[in-house]
Every structure is written in structure tokens, then in C-alpha cells.
Design a protein around this ligand. Sequence first.
Ligand code: B3K
Ligand code: ZN
Length: 855
Amino acid sequence: PPVIRREDYRAPDWLVPEVSLDFRLDPAATRVLARLEVTRNGDHARPLRLDGDGLVPLVVRIDGAAAADTWRMDGPALVIDLPGAAHVIETEVEIAPAGNTQLMGLYASGGLLCTQCEPEGVRRITFFPDRPDVLSRYTVRLEAGEATYPLLLSNGDRTDGGGLEDGRHWAEWRDPFPKPTYLFALVAGDLAANRDSFVTRSGREVDLAIWVKAADVGKTEHAMAALKASMAWDEQTYGREYDLGEFNIVAVADFNFGAMENKGLNIFNSRYILADPDTATDGDYDGVAGVVAHEYFHNWSGNRVTCRDWFQLSLKEGFTVFRDQQFSADQGSAAVGRIENVRALRASQFPEDAGPLAHPIRPEAYMEISNFYTATIYNKGAEVIRMLHTLLGAQAFRQGSDLYFERHDGQAATCEQFVQAMEDASGADLAAFRLWYAQAGTPRVRAAISHEPASGQARLTLGQSVPATPGQPVKQSMPLPLRVALFGELTGRVLAPEQVVVLDGPTKEVLFEGIGERPILSINRDFSAPVVVETDRSAADLAFLSANDDDPFARYEAMQQLMVDTLVVAVATGTADHAPVVEAVERTLTDPALDPAFVAEAVLLPSEAFVGDQMLVVDPPAIHAAREALRARIGTRLEEAWRAAYARGQADRYEYSPQAKGLRRLRTVALGYLAAAGVADAAALAFAQFDEADNMTDRQGALGVLANGRSAEREDALDMFYERYRGNGLVLDKWFTTQAVSTRDDCLDAVERLARHPDFTLANPNRLRALVGAFASNQRAFHDASGRGYRFLADMVIAVDRLNPSTAAKLIPPLGRWRRFDGARAGLMKAELRRVLEVPGLSKDVFEQASKSLG
Ligand code: B3K
Ligand code: ZN
């Protein structure tokens, strides 16, 4: 497949200021009539090129006349020679949404017809210059059978509609805001709405509706509350107001991604809309609010100001993730939110940045852009925006974002223009900061503190290095904003209050005066830079910080570092001193001043994957054994404290509040430690929690604990859960995932069996991720020495690729980590990648990921 390069960008030859689309909808055969007003862009003689993917032109008219000799097909594209500066092009095609298993373009899900057009779906619907820098005003007419499709939605506001003969009806939608193709959307179906309204700060009333299956309307309250909160928050925090009379959200069961920000018509994976206590966990509630906010915030960061080309994807995604993280922090516990952001970054982005698929947040080249909706573009992109916020301060950052929105409203912009606006508004010099857009790889920072009691001076020595990544062997130093503070070992006092130290070269020294006692270094507080920090802090220093640091993230981080250091020693030598970890966990667990939600995060051991990431050669069975041994020790030594935490979490009845959520979380964490300790009543406690729960958080938490064990209650609980929820796809996903992430030694057998279960299907991305994606994150089972786990994943990639290439390609990265494993495992992983690459007719999505992964 050809490689597309950022440096080859050229402005479009033709623009399309106005477009009318007319859909005669039918699942088997939908007619699409398009009328494009095209204008020549600049002084050139090049023809008009309309992208198509699998389309056959039934009609092509130029300025109202059929003109067979002036157009031709060039592969999938329609090419038309045009004499003048402006013309009207009409085309007609027929497409079959029911046969669209890629879920890209117009497709059927349940009884619905819906679209997904980002990044390049419109070319599967109609002939069009399908690129984000061609902005058009859309008028859309939808026509369909009224009994099956009583609801007809598109972007913008509804302008007209009515009945037709033979049971058909129509609706017309007009979106006054010019938008790129990827934001086009339509939905047709039989849905019911939760309706509400929002009055913007300038007094305009917006009609809000969340459309779902009639039986699910009761599960949309949380999403609606989140939508209204997001609308108010964006006015408050960024001065951004909603701009249409309607805002519609539709939930669909089959969706490649989380959700999509189509102008005025967001389409969601139903897992990010539907929530009630019986079927959604507290984590699911957070996911709903976070994704509703994210998509809403795109109305400005993405829609009003969009991307010039797909290399600029992080312009909208990194910024919008940062915005949704700020929103969530403002709504709930900022400390726990930050811990979750960082945990997600370390679980998915750090490994990506250290492997064969590493790329800068603004990539230089791609074969298939769908492969670049990555943790790097999204999550590292958000960290880069956060660093700008830290470096400039909240006020200058806001002035910069105001200038960016004002300057580029209605345009397709670049990352460079965003940084330029920040620079112009703040007066800061961001020349070196731009390296964050160009260089891949996670910087490593070495930090050491020395102290001279006689002079009262402490010297902080910092060094950075950015590792080589594919295509980037040598890196420059980048500006790293590090929040730093010093604490006194003896007095526990703050010796130096927090300051932002910018490490802007390979090394730096910072001098602190008046330091009367040995200082303990607290660094990268609140995770101010997305880096790995190496220090020589002792176990005692880390334990001190885990109990005394006044930055909650730094407290969590110190505890994690202590745990990681202990596990790395245990894996390397077969044994380690567990006592410092046990004591630190005890102090945190029994500190009455701490928020239970924070405690629950802080006392959790780092994942097996994260421990593996610290090692030269990952040894999954040894890591598993070391981690389980430490878990058992923490469980046994602190049994009474865990029982107390467990009892404290017992609520009379379900309540949705930050306090209640924290207690529920801590309760299941405590149950897990009691089970790890092997206390006699662990399975009975878990089963009782499972059976008596009045909410999904407690029920699934208990089921997860049981699923890891060998009790008689285990099978009963799994069967009961299945019977109770067999009609609910989203909950059934949890049943699959719980078994796929089990720590039992027979997990792989279970996963292979579940792949033959009648409820398993390759056609639904949620179900696929629930079983296969979850399994590939299970370090012990996936890396089984036999190679069966690798073979299973490769079989799935091959099977899914025939249906849905972009979803198949997302399963490949775990196989690309082979360089980190022993020769035998690496050989087995590479053999599976080669087997995938030999499949005839492989998609370019999978080809790109598998060939790069092989290296
Ligand atoms: N912008 C969409 C991404 C759709 C990707 C399709 N491959 C979701 C989001 O980031 O909000
Ligand atoms: Zn997004």
C-alpha cells in the first residue's frame, strides 16, 4: 500500500462550499443522490477528483447535463475535467448498508441505519473530496419507510419533512456550519428519546435529545446530566457556547470506537450512554460522563476548528482529551482522576512509545490513518497540552485558547497554528516545546538530591534522555516541566514548597538554600511531565512520601515505586523484603483522614504488565508469582484492617455519590486482598456480596474475585450472572471479560471455549474487545509458554480482518512486543505475525500494523 506523507500536503484543487445529499434509504439498496457546488481553488488546470470506495457511478451530470466523455474512473475515484471556475456536479450511486461489516460509511446496526465517517467513511457513501480541509454547508434529505424508520436525523437543525405515498416519509436537515466530510452523519430507525433543554449563557434555548431503544430510555439520565454539565462547563472554563438549536445523541450497539462527534448529531457506542445501577459499574458511569463530555467538547475543538489533514489529528484529540480530563477532575476527585489518567497512559501509551509502532503525536507518514487513533495521539497528546497549561499558567493558557478559537473559527488548522496562538497570546517562547510534536519516545529523567548540612544547601541534579524510536535514532532534549518539592526526613516538614523546574537541556542543577535537615525529593508531582523518573530514593524515603507528601498523586506514586522496586527485586532474585510495602499499605489503609477512593487506588499493586515494562526481559510467570506472593502477604498481614475496610464499605442501600463510590471501590479491593490471603471465608464473603448486591459495581467486583479462585461458588456465580443478564449485551460483555482476565492457570482453555460460545461474535466490536482484547492484556495467559495465546490472537486477527479491518488491526500491538521477551516467546510471536502477513487479501490496516510490528 502507498505511504502518505505529511510533507506532501497540498491544498485542495477544488472546494465544495455547498452540498445537497438525498438519501432513499433501504438496508439492502440505498440510493444516494449528491449535488456538489464546486469551485476551482487557485490557478491550475487539474481535474476535479472525487474519492470513492467501492462506488459505481450510476449518473454523472455536469451543470445539469449528462456528460459521459468528460469523466473517468481512476481506480476507486471519479475524475472530471472541468473548464470553468465553478460548476455543479450531480452523481447517483447505490449502496448496501446491511452488507457493510466494516461499520464505516452507512451501515445497519440492530434495526437502525447509521453512519460513521471519520476518518474516510464518506467515500463509501458518495463521491466527494473526502479530506478534512474541504468544508461544506450540507443540506440533507432523508426518505425511508415510516413504519421501520419513524426517526430520521442528520446534522444541524431539522428544517422540513412530511409523509409520502406507500408508507414512506421524509425529513430535511440543514447544517449552517461548514464542515468536513468526516463530521457528516445520519440516523434512521425506531428510537425513543430522553428529551431535555439547555439555555446557553447568551439565552438561546437548545433542545437536547438522547435517542435509544424504547426499553433503554430509563438508562439515559446519567448521560443527560453529563451533557448539561459539559455545556455549562465549557461556557465557564473556555467561554465556548453551543451553536445550533438542536443537539442529538444516538446510541448504537455496533460501533468501532467509543463515540463520534458529528456536528449536532453525536453517535455513541451504547456502552458510553446506557447506565443504571443494576447494569453499570461506577467505572462505567465515569466512562459515560467522560465520553459524553469529550464528544460535546469537540463541537469547538474539532468541529468549529477542525484539522487541516490527518497528521494534525492530535490537534483535536489531544486537546479534547485534556478538556475532558479537566472536566472530570472538576466534577469528581481530581486526585483519583489524575491517578486514572496516568494509569491509562502507562498501560497503553508508554508501551506503544517503547515499541515498533512508536510515532510522534504529529506523525510523519501512514499507510492507513485508522491505525493512528492511538494512545499516543490521544493520551500523550493530552499530556502535551497539559504541559502547555503548566508552563503558561491557567490564565495565559485560556488567552491562548481564546485566540486559537477566534483566529481559526471555521477553518481547518494545524498543530503549529495552535502552538502559535498559545505563543502569541502568552508571549512565551515555545520554540523548543514544539519538539514534543515531532519526537516520539518517552523521555527518561534521572534525579538525585545531595545535601550539605553545614551550608544548608541542597543540590538537585537532573538529566534527561529521549530513547531512539523507529526512524528517529537521535533525539534532542525537550523542555520538561517538573513540579518539585522537598520534605524533611526528621520533622516531616515542607523544606521547599512546590515549584516548577523546567529541565530544558540534557542536564540541570537546582540549588536550594536554608535546608536544615536531610531532604527527601518529591518530583513530577501531579505527573507534570509524561516521563519516566529514575531516582536513588530508598525504600524508607518512598515510604515516608507515601505517608506524608501533600500532593496526593505523589503519595500514590511513591507507593507504586516502592511496590515496583520490591517486585523487580523479587523477580530477579526469587525473594524480596515485603515489610516496607506491608507497612506503607497499612499506614494508608488505616489513615482516617484519607478519601476511601484514593486509598483504594493507592493500595493496589501495579499491574503485571507494568512490572514487566521495568525489566530488560519480561518473565511473565515469575512476575505473576512474585506479585501474587506480595498480594498474599499484604492480605495476610493486614487481615484485620482489610476486614474493617470491607465492613466499612457495606452500605444499607445503593447511592451514587463520590463518597459511596469510594467506599464500594475500597470494599472490593479489600475483598480481593482477603481472597489473596486465603482466609477461610473469602469465597463465602464474595458470594454473599455477589448474591445480595443491589448494584453492578459490587456484583461484578465480587464475581471478579470469585473468577480468580477455585471455590465451588465460582461456577454458580458465573452461571447466575449469565442467566440474569443474557439478554443484555453490554452486561454479557462483562461476563466474557471477567473470565478472560482471570489469573487462573486454566484461563487460556476457558478463553478458547468462550470463543465458541453461542453469544460470542466477531461482528460486534464490543464483544470482540470483551473477550479477545481483554485476553491479550492478561499477561500470564496470553504469554503462555506454549504459544497458544499468540496463535489464538492471530487466528482472531485473520478472521476479523475479513469483516472489519480497522478493528482487526487494533488487536495486533500485543504481538509486536516480542523484542521484550525471551527468545522462545519472541520466536513464537514473530511466527504468528508472519502467518498473519501471509494471508491473501489482507487489509492495509492489518498489513501496516503487522509488518511494522515484525520490524
Ligand atoms: N473522533 C472519533 C474517532 C473516530 C475514529 C474512527 N476510526 C472519536 C473521538 O475521539 O471522539
Ligand atoms: Zn475525540
